[in-house]
Write a new protein. Structure first.
Length: 225
């Protein structure tokens, strides 16, 4: 008949089994732990003839629990925000190689027609939008009339120069001005089509890196094609 010995095997290390697990506490948990220890100490040493107010004790416990819950909620929101930013960046990666209409003043021309926009503010007596080549020379100009509303107005350039020839391929820019009631020139913001070269996550914000090297947020993009 086989016998079973209750004597531990020689050389077996039981320290790992007897070792107490250590866990790290968050700031809120440490505050809660310190508060509870202090509260227990106060209860143990209170004057029996003048005990602590139970309503006050309950209020203190409720307050420390609220702090703990707010800390947990903040951690959850931070994790959710980080996850959302990463997911947004992955979705934006699908825009790489496509063109977006976003705030900017430069565009690449390689023939055909080019579209762009200018933000026209209300109360203008009119204005103009100019296309400039890389040397800053005006190669085309479009005028618009008085405005009563605010919004983006579309313009286009077919690449034709003043002498009737077609402009060479390259990088061009636009500038727009409106005429105020006092006759002064008012610079207007513009939007151009540019190719998206890459996507970057900067301080939790997803940004598109455009062909001209500028970066715009997804919220600044009006159209994608």
């Amino acid at each position: 008949m086989a016998t079973v010995s209750s004597t531990p095997q020689v050389g077996y290390d039981y320290t790992a089994l007897n070792k107490k697990a250590t866990t790290s506490l968050t700031d809120a948990q440490q505050q809660q732990d310190s508060f509870m220890k202090l509260l227990v100490t106060q209860l143990q040493n209170q004057d029996p003839t003048n005990p602590m107010d139970s309503a006050q004790t309950t209020s203190q416990i409720a307050q420390i629990n609220m702090v703990s819950q707010l800390s947990k909620l903040n951690d959850s929101m931070s994790a959710l925000s980080g996850s959302y930013s990463s997911q947004q960046t992955l979705q934006a990666a699908g825009i790489i190689g496509k063109s977006v209409l976003a705030a900017g003043s430069t565009f690449d021309f390689s023939g055909g027609s080019v579209d762009f926009q200018a933000n026209i503010t209300s109360g203008l007596n009119g204005g103009l939008v100019q296309v400039l080549d890389s040397s800053g020379r005006v190669v085309s100009q479009s005028e618009f009339g008085a405005s009563t509303t605010t919004g983006n107005k579309s313009f286009s350039w077919d690449g034709t120069l003043a002498d009737g020839s077609v402009a060479p391929s390259g990088t061009y820019s636009i500038q727009a001005y409106g005429q105020a009631s006092d006759g002064s020139a008012v610079p207007l913001t513009t939007q151009t089509w540019q190719k998206v070269n890459s996507v970057a996550l900067n301080s939790g914000s997803t940004q598109l890196i455009l062909a001209d090297g500028s970066a715009v947020g997804l919220s600044s993009v009006s159209q994608i094609r």
